[in-house]
Ligand binder design. Structure first.
Ligand code: PGA
Length: 257
């Protein structure tokens, strides 16, 4: 038992398209997807297209309840950073959210916990909601270091924000061994990690912050495992990669009760 009071937390279903979908593919996705989710009143729906498809996604999602996210932002507000995109640019393009610290960016672009906290802060200053990702890799889990890694990533990343800043973020627990591998964490494994993260939030901030923060699970979420995952009250939603590319499968995930 974590001893953390439970609180009503609205579910968030977020799709991370990674480096998939052109402008025209984005339009086609929304044309098929929006009618399938109706008003999706039971949850927040977020889609993170690549930068070049954000305009098409914002246009296509107009009038719906689907929010659009960037997949990355820079930690500075502007400057000489070739190839980078600022939080303010994302806001003006119509984004309300941004994914920060995804394991692929930690792995391929060497993003550290400190960069993750700086990017989260830049996003918040611009008015975006950061979806801050963390999670252990396979060797870390195998050697019993999951909690050590999660607590380190938490303290150096979202835990380094002020309490007020922290109250405006979402967290995504994404065990690296489950991402794109088809090896979803069992609902129990995911719930245990979420409980542990909530404990970290309580230690760093307060019981209220721990009860209120929404923690999404990510890693091979599919239409056939979403129900089991969402049955865990610790899981406040999902960050979905591969299965968010197909309108039918992402709609099935969004519509799961
Ligand atoms: P996956 O990706 O659903 O394809 O495992 C999840 C993610 O990377 O956010």
């Amino acid at each position: 038992m974590s001893g953390i009071p439970s609180r009503e937390r609205r579910r968030v279903m977020a799709g991370n398209w990674k480096m998939h979908k052109t402008h025209s593919e984005t339009r086609a996705f929304f044309a098929a997807f929006l009618p399938m989710i109706g008003d999706a009143a039971h949850c927040d729906v977020v889609i993170a297209p690549p930068f070049t498809s954000i305009a098409a996604a914002v246009e296509a999602a107009k009038g719906s309840r689907v929010a659009i996210a960037g997949q990355n932002n820079h930690w500075q507000m502007e400057g000489a950073f070739t190839g980078e995109v600022s939080s303010a640019m994302l806001v003006e393009a119509g984004c309300t959210h941004v994914i920060v610290g995804h394991s692929e960016r930690r792995q391929y672009s060497h993003e550290t916990d400190d960069i993750v906290s700086q990017k989260s802060r830049a996003a918040l200053v611009a008015g975006l909601t950061p979806i801050v990702c963390l999670g252990e890799n396979f060797p870390e889990r195998e050697t019993g270091r999951t909690q050590e890694v999660l607590s380190q990533q938490f303290i150096g990343g979202p835990g380094a924000l002020t309490a007020e800043e922290f109250s405006r973020i979402l967290i995504a627990y994404e065990p690296v061994w489950a991402i794109g591998t088809g090896r979803t964490a069992t609902p129990e494994i995911a719930a245990a990690a979420h409980r542990f993260l909530r404990q970290c939030v309580r230690d760093q901030f307060s019981p209220e912050a721990a009860a209120g923060v929404r923690i999404l699970y990510g890693g091979s979420v599919k239409p056939d495992n979403i129900q089991g995952l969402m049955a865990q009250e610790e899981l406040d939603g999902a960050l979905v990669g591969g299965a968010s590319l197909d309108p039918r499968s992402f709609a099935a995930i969004v519509n799961a009760k």
